[in-house]
Design a protein. Structure first.
Length: 124
């Protein structure tokens, strides 16, 4: 997989890239956890770590350990990135969810009527 050159350049500047920057750069091209794993491997091969946005914003003096080491690398795997991306997308509107719920209820009621009909036929 070829990553955008601007992404690699930005990451090399600080030795890391934020999850948000990564998602913005390749959101439309990566769809499966396996593809995310390839992206992470390519970044690791370039010596680039992926950090959470809030950790990048934390200054050296605010680091929890007090070591002043700056942003820490967050252990992100392909599944975590995939789920983060999926969580950002709207799934169903309330109206769509209500419609599907009604369809499901009607389907369950129809299945029950069929079971009752089959049971009545067997009893005869």
């Amino acid at each position: 997989m070829i990553l955008p050159e601007s992404l690699i350049d930005k990451a090399h500047t600080g030795g890391h890239i934020t999850v948000d920057d990564l998602l913005d750069a390749i959101r439309d091209t990566v769809e499966t956890p396996e593809q995310w794993e390839v992206v992470l491997e390519v970044l690791r091969g370039h010596g680039i770590s992926v950090v959470a946005a809030e950790e990048k914003a934390v200054g050296d003096n605010s680091s929890p350990s007090g070591s002043g080491s700056g942003p820490r690398s967050v252990p992100l795997d392909s599944v975590a990135l995939y789920l983060q991306r999926a969580g950002a997308l709207p799934l169903l509107t309330a109206e769509q969810e209500n419609y599907l719920t009604r369809c499901l209820e009607r389907g369950c009621q129809a299945a029950e009527r069929l079971r009752e009909g089959v049971a009545a036929e067997k009893a005869e």
